[in-house]
Write a protein that binds this ligand. Structure first.
Ligand code: 13P
Length: 268
């Protein structure tokens, strides 16, 4: 456990629903999941586009932020099937996941596009969570640092220092996503520290401000171990965020591992 006075940054726990649930289920989730209101604790759920509006409505008065899972970097134009930052803002969306490995893998998203999207998100007032991470082959071949460094460098060298400090990075080793195989907390810390060092090389002033999350088979039983690491500020939780009670448990354990005692009762 980390003592609260030693914690330098906010704790940021986000759920990624991916292509799951429904508008009705999202409304029910908004009734069942009410995050603790604690200074220094940020919570969010990233949901399918169709659920953004109903969730924003259902969460009125709650501190839970609502994120999208992707967006286009242009404001408008002939981009069939895409959604712009201004369209997300119109619905009251707070942030957006960018460059998730599933988007890189199945939809051809490149580092160049992720940079343009991150810049657009920041200038639009959306909080970007940019995902990076290596494949199993890359890790087995000892090329995981090289892979993640190239993703982090291509992002941060394209950002101004003021933009850089507004970006949250999620380290999600692809081999740990949806597999039940979590990176050990030492492996996660080693890479998150490396990400921060790489950011420091490019933007020395931003490195201690950038929030870094770990993602990949995070659940209630492993969150405290992960969060007890100094360079890990939060988690991006997939499958385990779909159940409001389970997600509430993860949030509470994460906060406590960083020395934040949840005072009030969770829930409405
Ligand atoms: P799981 O937690 O289901 O492994 O998913 C991780 C993830 O991809 C979050 O973005």
């Amino acid at each position: 456990m980390i003592r609260e006075e030693d914690r330098m940054r906010d704790i940021f726990i986000a759920g990624n629903w991916k292509m799951n649930l429904s508008c009705e289920a999202a409304m029910q989730y908004a009734r069942d999941f009410w995050p603790p209101e604690e200074k220094g604790l940020i919570t969010a759920v990233a949901v399918p586009f169709t659920m953004l509006e109903s969730l924003e409505e259902g969460l009125e008065g709650s501190s839970l932020l609502v994120f999208a899972q992707n967006m286009h970097y242009e404001d408008s134009g002939a981009f069939t099937g895409e959604i712009s930052a201004s369209m997300l803002k119109e619905l009251g969306t707070d942030g957006v996941i960018l460059g998730h490995s599933e988007r890189r893998q199945y939809f051809g998203e490149t580092d160049e596009a992720v940079l343009l999207k991150a810049k657009k998100a920041v200038s639009s007032g959306l909080i970007p969570i940019v995902c990076v991470g290596e494949t199993l082959e890359e890790r087995d071949a000892g090329r995981h640092f090289e892979r993640v460094e190239s993703q982090v460098r291509s992002l941060f060298t394209g950002l101004d220092p003021e933009e850089a400090e507004k970006v949250t990075v999620a380290y999600e080793p692809i081999w740990a996503i949806g597999t039940g195989r979590t990176a050990s907390s030492d492996q996660a810390q080693e890479m998150c520290a490396f990400i921060r060092k790489t950011v420091r090389d490019i933007h020395p002033g931003a490195a201690d401000k950038v929030l870094i999350q770990y993602g990949g088979s995070v659940k209630a039983s492993n969150i405290a171990d992960i969060m007890s690491q100094p360079d890990i500020d939060g988690a991006l939780v997939g499958g385990a965020s779909l159940d409001p009670e389970g997600f509430a448990d993860i949030v509470r354990r994460a906060a406590e591992a960083k020395g934040l005692r949840i005072k009030g009762r969770q829930g409405r």
